[in-house]
Design a protein around this ligand. Structure first.
Ligand code: ADP
Ligand code: ASP
Ligand code: MG
Length: 407
């Protein structure tokens, strides 16, 4: 008998009929004698609907109230799923994040889990119940409701699996597992049977939303066996592997991630003197805005251009901050481009292979796609391009690196 934490995402619980099929799936596991803790998301579209309601009233709603509002989505699903389980004669009980004491810090809308008290869940399991927990939410020390950032139910599930030392954390979603790239963009994307933590961490942080990045960090830190699989099909899906793979045998490229989430700001014609990057970027980071890629050009006439990217939602605020310091840093011009996309090739095998970057650049050149920024690390290469070429670029790279086909 094993203990499984099973998480079902928004599409998987998107209607009452789907909630009833999730109940059947859980019961099939239960009938094999396993203990089951279930984590659910809000029904698909619900979190966005709630957000839009708040924004109808105020463009900058209070983060505390947003969390009170957004957490209701998951509360609906835990109750409906428990009703469906009970109707089938399965003992089940629903709990909000606060009720099982998922304790977080007080950073509303992006809280981090600090501690989980497993007593309550263990006692429910001991009484033979399936425990249904609301994902994405917790409470802080003061008892305020907090949420964990978009996609945060993945992290709730992995954190519960870590706290309960579960045999496996299973993330059920609307695709069969982790693919070489988003299967909604590239039709012949290949399902990966396993992927290393390091690669999954990169893919998640570079835009593959199949797992929230924090869930992968958590799983790596607490050695939680993690699997991504389909809610709708019987398939073992993808195992995020804990063992160190033999890198010599690892594929050079494991996957391609991309994001449309960023915006690019260029501050041009600033004097090329010590401290200039700090004077431009400092005020942006001080405002709590995350700066991603930064490039500074060399220039012959003693002036330089600094280009950096931020989350698209922070673009306007960043432009205002740079506008305020423009005179002080003697900027000739400031430009903002929100129509960019970042594409990243990821693979641990890249470490031992040269020529990946040039092959990537040639592939894009052959499609006449201009590269605006390039950044690299040991196991990834990212380029920023015009958003309108995103899909073409991903498809061409996917095929140039031979990533497609049957798994
Ligand atoms: P859930 O609601 O179950 O949490 P998400 O929408 O958050 O589901 O994540 C699943 C989606 O992630 C898929 O439908 C797919 O479009 C997208 N995705 C992006 N990159 C990948 C990838 N490399 N492998 C699988 N899915 C991916
Ligand atoms: N419902 C939340 C969201 O849409 C959390 C999740 O689904 O993981 O972001
Ligand atoms: Mg998700």
């Amino acid at each position: 008998m094993a203990l499984y934490v099973q998480k079902f995402g928004g599409t998987s619980v998107g209607s009452t009929a789907r909630i009833e099929s999730v109940a059947d799936k859980i019961i099939a596991y239960r009938n094999q004698g396993h203990d089951i803790v279930v984590v659910v998301s809000a029904m698909s579209g619900e979190t966005n609907r709630l957000l839009a309601l708040a924004h109808d009233i105020d463009s900058q709603p209070s983060p505390r109230e947003l969390d009170v509002l957004l957490s209701t989505g998951e509360q609906v699903t835990i109750a409906l799923l428990s009703i469906a389980l009970q109707k089938r004669g399965c003992m089940a009980r629903s709990f909000t994040g606060g009720q099982v004491r998922i304790l977080t810090d007080e950073a509303y809308t992006r809280a981090r889990i600090r501690e989980i008290d497993d007593k309550k869940i263990r006692s429910e399991l001991a009484q033979g119940r399936v425990v249904v927990v609301a994902g994405f939410q917790g409470i802080d020390e003061e008892g305020n409701i907090t949420t964990l950032g978009r996609g945060g139910s993945d992290t709730s599930a992995v954190a519960l699996a870590a706290a309960l030392k579960a045999d496996e954390c299973q993330i059920y979603t609307d695709v069969k597992g982790v693919y070489t790239t988003d299967p909604r963009v590239v039709e012949d994307a290949r399902l990966l049977r396993s992927i290393t933590f390091e690669e999954m961490l990169e893919l998640a942080s570079l835009g593959a939303k199949v797992l929230q990045i924090r869930s992968v960090e958590f799983a790596g830190k607490y050695k939680v066996p993690l699997r991504v699989l389909s809610s709708f099909e019987d398939d073992p899906g993808t195992l995020i592997s804990l063992e160190d793979e033999n890198e010599m045998e690892a594929p050079i490229i494991s996957g391609i991630a991309f994001t449309r989430d960023e915006a690019k700001i260029t501050v041009s014609g600033v004097p090329d003197v010590p401290g200039i990057a700090y004077r431009v970027i400092g005020p942006v980071s001080d405002a709590g805005i995350e700066v991603d890629v930064i490039v500074q050009n060399v220039s012959a006439d003693g002036s330089t251009d600094i280009t950096f990217t931020v989350k698209r939602q922070d673009a306007e605020q960043t432009r205002q901050i740079i506008g305020r310091i423009a005179e002080d840093v003697k900027a000739r011009d400031i430009s903002l481009d929100t129509k960019i996309a970042k594409i990243s090739l990821v693979g641990v095998g890249m470490r031992s292979h040269a020529g990946i970057a040039s092959k990537m650049f040639k592939t894009l050149a052959d499609e006449s796609i201009n590269i605006q920024i390039i950044t690299t690390s040991e196991i990834k290469i990212s380029v920023v391009i015009d958003e309108k070429y995103l899909e073409l670029a991903v498809r061409s790279l996917h095929s140039a690196f031979g990533l497609g086909g049957e798994s």
